[in-house]
Design a protein around this ligand. Structure first.
Ligand SMILES: [Zn+2]
Length: 139
């Protein structure tokens, strides 16, 4: 199995399995929440998503406070080491798709067509567009 091994200062290692329906990201941020608590502000978070049908799990493997001089490296390997334990696993049910224009749900329309940039349009809105275009072309 393909695994991602994340090292901090060539020591601490977090192992994340790379499954087909899983994505993860490593986010390094200056988080004001930590500043309020007078802690160092640079935080690294390893998080991701797992999809199965209409459900998505928000996963979080690790959150580490980083300081100056820290080095992070990621190694991609074919290995079967034990994956790091998740400390957050929240299920999120994907809301029903809807038309970007009239907001009717997928179940309320005959067809819902996906366009670029995540826009969806239903058959009724397409008919209305065709009607408007025809009207404009007459004048
Ligand atoms: Zn519509």
């Amino acid at each position: 199995m393909k695994q991602f091994h994340v090292h901090i200062n060539e020591k601490e290692e977090f192992i994340i399995n790379s499954k087909e329906n899983e994505a993860f990201s490593i986010c390094i941020t200056n988080n004001p929440y930590y500043k309020e608590r007078e802690m160092p502000t640079t935080v690294m978070r390893i998080e991701g998503n797992r999809w199965s049908g209409e459900q998505m799990d928000n996963l979080e493997w690790e959150e580490k406070i980083l300081t100056k001089g820290n080095k992070i490296s990621i190694e991609i390997k074919d290995s079967y080491n034990k994956a790091s334990k998740l400390f957050k696993d929240e299920r999120y049910v994907k809301p029903e798709d809807e038309c970007t224009f009239c907001h009717k749900k997928k179940s309320e329309v005959k067809h819902l067509i996906a366009a670029e940039f995540f826009a969806l349009i239903c058959d009724a809105c397409i008919s209305e567009c065709v009607r408007l275009i025809n009207e404009k072309e007459k004048t």
